[in-house]
Design a protein around this ligand. Structure first.
Ligand code: SAH
Length: 393
């Protein structure tokens, strides 16, 4: 195999972040190139290196992503010689679905097995006019937000491009088989993990979600949600055309640092500056501000007023998320009255404000409830369980 082809394996980036936030190397278990790891650019390089024309990349994208095919033999327009060569040196391997749960409200949750014995969850939420797939970007999460159950699990590693786009690939195939009349029209990077701490893989996977010959989703329908890794928001705004959601959750630094610890490194003023930059770069766009509603923590009139002041002049929509409890959580969900009063204040100040409906409650598929099954490299899970008085094992 040529060095150039080897270069196409999942790339490991060394970001300029603290050690706890850095990526983990994924050693490929097979010597074959997983074609799911390659976006259009990667496939073009791959085929050019094989002495083939660039348009092969588009054919391959259509076979894999549009038609959901993982068997090179059935790719009839590739020619026999090329098919043979691909069979020898490549594979199309997505994470395997090991469990499927359907909720009474139509939500589906899939448990996917990854290399190395870890598992992640992917959720599909059908609505009247859209179908939203909630995709994970990491196994666990390193950020330790105090109200998120993924945080209690600790962190294992970043997902590869194949593992991220593989969630969309598997979900589309399953929905076809299940005869669902709602298709995937939106993808939100709101599953496990902090997508901006797995920047390169997430960008490539999102470029496939957007690619006209893959999933063809418009920019406003592919949303990256971040807890606020400011340097990467700035990069994202320059390098990708997708929607941005910010997990703000608090209108002042003291409160935000207690909920979203990365705020200590990138405080609210820096985060807001990055949001303004984003909407300036993408003229006509807004950002989505996510705000989890925690009883007696961040849901009073005082915080509503501070939020109005903070967001003044930023083209944004505010999404209030009623807190989803989990075992051992130290918070309670705000009362419906408190959420309503908070929302009315924001609306009165002119902000488009929505309250996120909790979906898939009966199958633990709601925000912050996706846990997967993973080996925690940070030992945070053991500490959390010990605190709860639960034996680890
Ligand atoms: N790391 C990214 C994306 C993952 S979380 C981020 O922070 O944005 C997706 C959204 O669900 C975030 O807004 C997150 O703060 C919210 N969330 C996490 N746990 C939650 C919980 N228990 N209840 C409600 N929302 C939660």
């Amino acid at each position: 195999m040529s060095a150039q082809i080897l270069d196409l394996f999942p790339v490991v980036v060394k970001p300029f972040l603290a050690k706890s936030e850095q990526e983990t190397v994924v050693e490929p278990v097979s010597a074959k190139i997983n074609l799911l790891d390659l976006d259009r650019k990667g496939l073009e390089t791959f085929f050019t290196n094989l002495g083939e024309k660039k348009f092969r990349a588009q054919q391959m994208i259509q076979w894999i992503h549009q038609r959901g095919i993982d068997d090179v033999e059935s790719m009839s327009d590739l020619g026999k010689k090329l098919r043979l060569c691909l069979q020898e040196s490549t594979e199309i391997r997505a994470p395997e679905i090991v469990k499927e749960q359907g909720s009474a409200d139509g939500t589906y949750k899939w448990l996917l097995r990854l290399e190395g014995g870890n598992h992640i969850e992917t959720v599909f939420i059908p609505e009247k006019e859209r179908g939203t797939l909630c995709v994970s970007s990491q196994i666990g999460c390193a950020l330790n937000c105090t109200f998120c159950s993924t945080a209690t699990q600790g962190f294992n590693r970043n997902l590869t491009v194949a593992e991220i786009i593989g969630q969309v690939w598997q979900a589309s195939r399953r929905l076809k088989i299940l005869g669902s009349n709602v298709k995937i029209t939106n993808v939100v990077m709101m599953g496990m993990g902090e997508p901006l701490l797995n920047y390169d893989a997430v960008i490539k996977a999102m470029s496939l979600m957007r690619d006209d010959h893959a999933y063809a989703l418009p920019a406003r329908r592919v949303t990256l949600s971040t807890s606020g890794v400011v340097p990467y928001i700035e990069r994202l705004s320059r390098e990708a055309d997708v929607a941005l959601a910010i997990s703000l959750h608090a209108p002042n630094d003291t409160l935000r640092t207690s909920l979203v610890p990365i705020n200590k490194k990138y405080p609210i003023a820096m985060l807001m500056a990055a949001c303004h930059q984003f909407v300036n770069d993408k003229r006509g766009r807004h950002v989505v501000i996510e705000y989890v509603m925690l009883k007696d923590v961040n849901d009073s009139e005082r915080e509503a007023k501070q939020l109005v002041k903070l967001l003044a002049g930023l083209p944004c929509k505010i999404n209030l998320i009623p807190f989803n409890p989990f075992l051992g959580a130290e918070y309670k969900r705000s009362t419906p009255e408190a959420i309503d009063a908070f929302s009315r204040r924001l609306k009165k100040a002119g902000f488009i404000t929505t309250v996120r409906k909790t979906r898939g409650d009966d199958i633990d598929a709601a925000c912050g409830q996706l846990v997967g099954k993973m080996m925690d490299r940070t030992k945070r899970n053991a500490r959390f369980l010990a605190k709860q008085g639960v034996a680890h094992g």
